[in-house]
Design a binder for this molecule. Structure first.
Ligand SMILES: [Zn+2]
Length: 195
């Protein structure tokens, strides 16, 4: 049986929201806000440094990937700190679940981070760093209501990176004395779109 779905008796059928295939193929990094979601898509050509999802588990770091580079879909639980290597150098903790999708192809690596899916969330985001030697927290800062104004949140996070980089004392671990290297800002090479 073939289900055709609901066809409006009059008026045009709305176009489906399926632009991400195009975004994937453009080999760039892009944020969008669509309804309850903040969505990042990024792609890397073969041979470029790959995007890699890291999760902080206690004081350890778990890379979320297959050894053979296979496709991954992974739920990042709310309140779990995570980082996307080569996207930004900071850890992010949100009060809502996210979905990470990594889809390798002959054209390179395609990735997607989907944040949200719950009304009003994320309502809080923490951005910070952990000691690269002992794993203790160095500097985390809370940003309120990031989804309400996501471009401002991204800009504010970049300013927080500048502040962290300018203060060696903030980058020095209180427990073991290791100095965290300067952090990478968010890599975003085009404007964020909101719909
Ligand atoms: Zn340390």
């Amino acid at each position: 049986m073939v289900t055709l779905g609901y066809v409006p008796p009059q008026g045009r059928i709305p176009s489906p929201d399926m632009s991400h295939a195009r975004i994937f193929a453009e080999h760039r990094s892009k944020w969008e806000v669509r309804g309850q979601y903040a969505i990042w898509t990024g792609s890397r050509a073969p041979g470029e440094a790959r995007y890699r999802l890291l999760e902080r588990v206690g004081r350890k770091v778990a890379p979320i990937e297959w050894p053979n580079g296979g496709a991954v879909m992974h739920r990042i639980a709310a309140d779990r700190e995570f980082m996307v290597e080569n996207l930004a150098g900071y850890w992010l903790r949100l009060d809502v679940d996210s979905i990470w999708i990594e889809a390798p192809s002959s054209g390179g690596q395609y990735c997607m981070l989907i944040i949200g899916g719950s009304t009003g969330k994320p309502d809080a985001a923490n951005v910070g760093w952990v000691c690269p030697k002992c794993g203790s927290s160095l500097a985390f800062k809370a940003f309120g209501r990031p989804l309400r104004d996501f471009p401002t949140f991204l800009t504010s996070a970049d300013k927080w990176v500048d502040e962290f980089n300018s203060k060696p004392e903030a980058r020095t671990c209180q427990e073991c004395g290791t100095v965290h290297p300067e952090s990478q800002k968010l890599a975003h090479d085009n404007a964020l779109e909101s719909t």
